[in-house]
Design a protein around this ligand. Sequence first.
Ligand SMILES: Cc1ncc(COP(=O)(O)O)c(C=O)c1O
Length: 421
Amino acid sequence: MTLDISAIRRQFPILDQELIYLDSAATAQKPQIVIDALKEFYAKKNANVHRGMHGLAEQATTAYENARTSVQKFINAASPEEIIFTKSCTESINLVANSYSSRREGVRGRGSVVLSLLEHHSNIVPWMMCGAHLHWINIDEYGNTRLEQLDTYLKQENIELVAITGQSNVLGTRPPLKEIIQKAHAAGAYVLVDAAQLVAHHQVNVQELDCDFLAFSAHKLYGPTGIGVLYGKRELLEKMPPFIGGGMMIKEATQTGFTPADIPQKFEGGTPPIAQAIGLAAALEWLEQFAWKDIEEHEHALLKHAEHILKNIDGLKILPACHPEPDEGRHAQDVMVRRAHHDMERSGCLSFVLDKVHPHDLTDILGEQGICLRAGHHCAMPLHKRLNIPASTRVSFGIYNTIQEIDILADAIQHAQKILQ
Ligand SMILES: Cc1ncc(COP(=O)(O)O)c(C=O)c1O
């Protein structure tokens, strides 16, 4: 069944405005049903969770824990206890970097973490802050991760963990997660997947992937801001110490110490994002009415159309547009295989540079016309350095975008180009 995009758009009140929203990779817009769930909670059901004995508190606790079960089902985790609510994808990764690394001898100062050059700063800086020794997987000229480098690191270094994006927030490329996870596990390393971009565009099944940790935010998934998710395998979460101390996360506290609560509460110190969890559950329920196949087909068509129309604009280069590394040593067939892989795997967004036009000037002019794009390094400075550019312009899609919007964008870019060049 194809998606009825006009009907979908009517469910997003913000899209009533004269607006072409092509910035869903930064944050997705919210359907009315999510806005209503937040309003309804605050208007009729507001109470703290896991604390009061009164009816409202019990209702709020049930709704909060039901939201955990919704997330468990959404990513097919083995149990709700493996779902930790945080404030964001960023906090989820920080939780692992701090908690996991303080438990194991390795990562803090001595062990090694493998990252790719596709990573967002949220999946770079926490590993730097916990003192891990970093190894970087480069990308080839098509934006694919160079897995032979992962093989080398896994063979030669004492790798504790591979922290890898499920989908680049700049190029839209998707590293082959299953293969990476199998390789890492064979070498005794754990894998954390940064699924901030992936979850809104592709079905995620953590048991099938067999990843050890997976992090994402609700706000890129048509849900509210202020809530993130950390999935972790039970046996790992049970061994890790808490990250944030406070109420809710203890079994017992004395003048001299405390005993942590069981998972998931152990990692949820303080009042959690209750309304946001309920909003997230509403977003997941809303998404469930669509088949992933239909979402992917629609977004793939948008992306292909955008690639086709934008690459015909004079002086516009779609990224990666970079050169092979000098040591690459490939042969022609290898290149073709990788190119095919690249074509299949890009999703959600593309970024570009335009000759003699700064991305900020371009997005300023487009913004005045109600066309929302993102300009800058998109919190991926190491990637931009690899591409030898300081900044780029990103076009990113959600379920509500249309081919017509892309046509308007292309005309607007050409018009802006005449003014700016
Ligand atoms: C790939 C990726 N990882 C992590 C993040 C961080 O997400 P948040 O800011 O919601 O914590 C983002 C946000 O843009 C992202 O694109």
